[in-house]
Design a protein around this ligand. Structure first.
Ligand SMILES: NC(=O)c1ccc[n+]([C@@H]2O[C@H](COP(=O)([O-])OP(=O)(O)OC[C@H]3O[C@@H](n4cnc5c(N)ncnc54)[C@H](OP(=O)(O)O)[C@@H]3O)[C@@H](O)[C@H]2O)c1
Length: 282
């Protein structure tokens, strides 16, 4: 199968993408694809129940929706299939669609499901890519670590990377790093948002409107991220530079240190790591 992702200015073409599973990550990926102005995407998704299907079609009105009984047909019709069901459902779904997987590209985003276990369940001519996208893929600002199963040609590898770059940054990594990148990139947006909640509450309790607080804090954090991206500064240096003895930042950071917040964060990461390793080994 040949999938050519065009550069701007060339003819647009319809690339048929099928989503097996139409939940949270499928919605983010589908919306991310629809932001792409260089290619046109023909989207179809399947779900187990009506509820998740309705949420998908609301977010992606031009997508077609199939019940799970038509999963095989969905794969047959698609150039590229995104496998977006829960990890425990992956093997069953692949067995159901196997006859239709001849020559297809299958992008699995299921946490903890190895390439080897999926390769066994599809036609030998199918190409499997394992990826761990995150929710900012919806706005083209995601980070997608990925690794490839057997049989990818050099030009297909390049095309696959281009496909994932529709969602933001794509990083090819050895599969053994997947539990780690899941803990960091997959879960990272939730850590950031959890951190933001008390800051927003603090601001609005003191009279700033919610939209003002949101705009100001988001610009502050994206500015801090940009500062690190564009300079050689180390995060510890930024903390040090901001921390005048007797000053305001110092008062805040001192309390964070007294409360051993870094140890708390490390415990949270250890818990996520342990869950990711368990999934990977199950
Ligand atoms: N959420 C994230 O940020 C994220 C990030 C990276 C990777 N992932 C991975 O993405 C996968 C999905 O996660 P999610 O958070 O999107 O879960 P979710 O919201 O629960 O979505 C799962 C979807 O699969 C559907 N489904 C279940 N069995 C099916 C079948 N046999 N055929 C077709 N569809 C079926 C579900 O339908 P019903 O709702 O009707 O049961 C639902 O639409 C997981 O493997 C997860 O590890 C998630």
């Amino acid at each position: 199968m040949e999938v050519v992702l065009r550069k701007g200015g060339q003819d647009r073409m319809g690339i048929k993408i099928g989503f097996l599973g139409a939940g949270r990550i499928a919605r983010a990926l589908a919306q991310g694809l629809l932001r792409d102005r260089e290619n046109s995407w023909d989207l179809v998704a399947s779900t187990r129940t009506r509820e998740s299907g309705e949420a998908f079609v609301k977010a992606v009105p031009r997508a077609r929706l199939y019940p799970q009984e038509r999963n095989r047909e969905l794969v047959q019709e698609s150039d590229i299939v995104f496998l977006c069901v829960k990890p425990r459902e992956v093997v069953g779904v692949l067995r159901q669609v196997r006859p239709a997987t001849v020559g297809k590209w299958i992008v699995s985003v299921a946490a903890g499901v190895s390439l080897a276990s999926m390769v066994e369940e599809v036609d030998p001519s199918a190409r499997i890519l394992r990826a761990m996208p995150n929710l900012p893929s919806l706005v083209g600002q995601g980070v997608t670590p990925y690794c490839l199963g057997p049989g990818w040609s050099a030009s297909d590898r390049e095309q696959a990377k281009k496909l994932l770059e529709r969602f933001g940054v794509a990083v090819e990594l050895e599969e053994r790093f997947f539990p780690l990148v899941t803990v960091l990139a997959g879960c990272g947006p939730a850590y950031f948002c959890a951190f933001l909640i008390p800051l927003l509450e603090f601001a609005t309790e003191r009279g700033l409107s919610a939209p003002e607080a949101r705009r100001m804090l988001l610009s502050t954090f994206s500015g801090a991220a940009e500062l690190l991206k564009q300079t050689e500064l180390d995060p510890a240096e930024v903390v040090h530079e901001s921390r005048t003895p007797g000053g305001i930042t110092n008062a805040a950071i001192t309390v964070l240190e007294q409360k051993e917040w870094q140890a708390t964060l490390r415990s949270a990461l250890d818990a996520a790591w342990s869950r990711a390793k368990t999934l990977e080994e199950s």
